[in-house]
Structures are given as C-alpha cells and as structure tokens.
Design a protein around this ligand. Structure first.
Ligand code: RIB
Ligand code: CA
Length: 319
C-alpha cells in the first residue's frame, strides 16, 4: 500500500520528539507537512526543535510551518520548563540546522494539504488544538476532506494532568478543542486513560543511549528531564508515552481494542471543569458500542504495550 499522507501538529516537546522520530521511521505514512503550536514551548521554538530533529534524521524534505503562538482566546502561558526544559527538548543542545520554517502558517498548510490529498490526509495532533481550530474556521470544508484526525488529548475516566480534570493539550486551549470536537470529521481521541499506561523504562532509555545513531543518543539525553519529572507520578524514573501512542495508533502498529464512538463535549467554561473532555460512556457496560451520530472514537484500551514496538522502530531507523 502507498504510504498515507500525514499532517503532523506538535509542540515539540520531549514526547513529541519521540513521536516525530517514530513517524520518520514509519514507512506506512508520509510526512507531508508539520505545523507547530505553543504548548510545551512556544510555537517558534517548537519549530526549530522539529527542524533540528528532522535534520538529524536526514529528513530535510519535510516542511515545517510555525502555527499559533497563542491559544484562541488568551495569551500563551510560557510552557512547562520543569517538564520539557527551557528549550522544549529537555535543555539538551541539539546540533542546530540552518533550515528555517516555511512562510505559510500551520493552519494554511493544513488547509492546503487537505485539498491536495482529498479523502486521504490523516492529521496527527499532539499539542493544543489551536491550529486545527483556525484551519476549520478558515475553511470548514476540510472536515469533509480530511480522512481522520488522531489526537493525543483528554481524559475520559481518569484525572487530568494540568488540572484535576484537564489534560494539557485540551486545557491549554479548550475553545480550540471545542471547535475541533464539534466539527463533523472522524476523530480518534487518545486520552490519558491509555497514554499513562504506556511507558518507557530506564532500560529503554539506555538502549537508545547505546545505539550507534546520534539521533537515538540525542533522544536518550532528551528523555532524562522527562524521567525526572515522572518520578512523582510513577515512583521511579520512567516516562509516559503520550504522543508516541497517538502516532503508533495512527500508523497502525498499535490497535485500539476498546474505543467506542461517543459524544464528547469539551468544557470551555471558566469554572473548575475547564479543559475537561466529557465523554458520554453511559450504556457501555455490555461492551463498547458506537453511539448513533457520534464521530469521536475514544480509545480506552489497546492491543499491546507500545514500548517494545516503539523501541524496535527507533533502534532500526537509519537516516
Ligand atoms: O498531556 C500530555 C500532552 O501534553 C503531550 O502531548 C505532551 O507533549 C504535552 O503536550
Ligand atoms: Ca505534545
């Protein structure tokens, strides 16, 4: 089968970096374009991080567009240096490419690619959903043109991470998430319910460090800060594989096995529920069943652990 065209929207970011290299290593898809958004770090820095990683992986053919610096209705809060570092990649100095982002915005790139690949373009979104919302407002027809939107975001039956109920990608721009969830396109939501159940251990990180690939060695270095952050969550140095899980589901290496299509509402109020993804999972007791008219598939379980699949593909990637 020909590789499927993908628009990748990210806030590179440590787990974004893992997801990016995984996609570079995945022959099932073709990276048609990458857009960045402010989240873990500002969109401009995320674009430079993405360009550096693409260069290290020999993929200077992939265009990178800078997207929204601010969420739809408020100013960017400055990122999370204690999680992703002051530079977005764990405060590791990557070799810097002299390649620069393209002139078009991320939203313009998404709209263009949707029209260039009618019915075929998959969108993989692993940061706040601002660019997707801007693109939908600019050209609502992309909802009919895009094949599927795979989103790392939300929390269905588990607590949030940036607030009691809000997962970071949704919480950072709930108004954008509301626009994206309400649009009539096919969405696969990969929430904390499954991403926190998939982790890299120190042995996985050490395997990357021992690789003869400078890119894998850089990923091992980048992961250090993330591992330190997750000691509080897991009780030892390891890390959740949020973005790589969404990427692996999009590629098809990981299969969602309990993933009903249900109504999903985003709380965009300014109360304690802000940023919550309210998934209507009633009447699911007898086993996952799709709700008539729903278009958001919420992934609640997957067929196998991601870590060995991800590690194998990273170690075998030769730029
Ligand atoms: O909540 C996890 C998500 O927020 C991931 O995409 C991570 O990179 C951050 O953007
Ligand atoms: Ca991310």
């Amino acid at each position: 089968m020909a590789p499927r065209p993908v628009y990748f929207d990210c806030d590179t970011g440590i787990d974004d970096a893992l997801a990016l290299v995984y996609l570079m290593a995945s022959p099932e898809i073709s990276l048609a374009g990458i857009g960045t958004v402010s989240g873990n770090i500002d969109a401009k820095r995320a674009a430079l991080n993405t360009l550096d990683l693409l260069d290290m992986g020999g993929r200077n053919d992939v265009p990178v567009a800078v997207g929204a610096m601010d969420p739809l209705t408020h100013s960017f809060g400055g990122g999370v240096p204690h999680i992703h570092g002051h530079n977005g990649v764990g405060d590791v100095e990557l070799p810097h490419t002299d390649r620069r982002p393209v002139a078009e915005s991320a939203a313009d790139m998404l709209v263009r690619l949707a029209h260039e690949h009618p019915g075929e373009l998959d969108v993989i979104a692993i940061g706040p959903l601002t660019n997707l919302a801007v693109a939908l407002k600019q050209d609502p027809s992309i909802a009919e043109l895009v094949h599927e939107v795979i989103i790392m975001g939300g929390a269905a039956l588990v607590p949030g991470n940036l607030s009691e109920v809000g997962e970071a990608n949704i919480y950072n721009d709930p108004e954008a998430a509301q626009v994206v969830m309400d649009a009539p396109w096919q969405v696969v939501l990969v929430p904390l319910d499954v991403t926190l159940e998939n982790a890299f251990e120190e042995s996985d990180r050490e395997a990357l460090a021992a690789s003869d690939s400078l890119l894998n060695q850089a990923l091992a270095d980048i992961l250090n800060l993330y591992f330190d952050f997750y000691v509080e969550e897991y009780g030892r140095r390891m890390c959740a594989l949020h973005d790589p899980l969404a990427a692996a589901i999009a590629v098809g290496q990981i299969t969602a096995i309990r993933a009903p299509k249900v109504p999903v509402v985003v709380d965009a109020t300014h109360g304690p529920g802000r940023g919550q993804t309210i998934c209507d999972l009633r009447k699911q007791r007898g086993g996952p069943r799709d709700v008539e008219g729903a278009h958001v598939r919420v992934v609640l379980d997957t067929d196998q652990p991601l870590a060995p699949v991800l590690l194998e593909r990273l170690l075998n990637y030769h730029s």
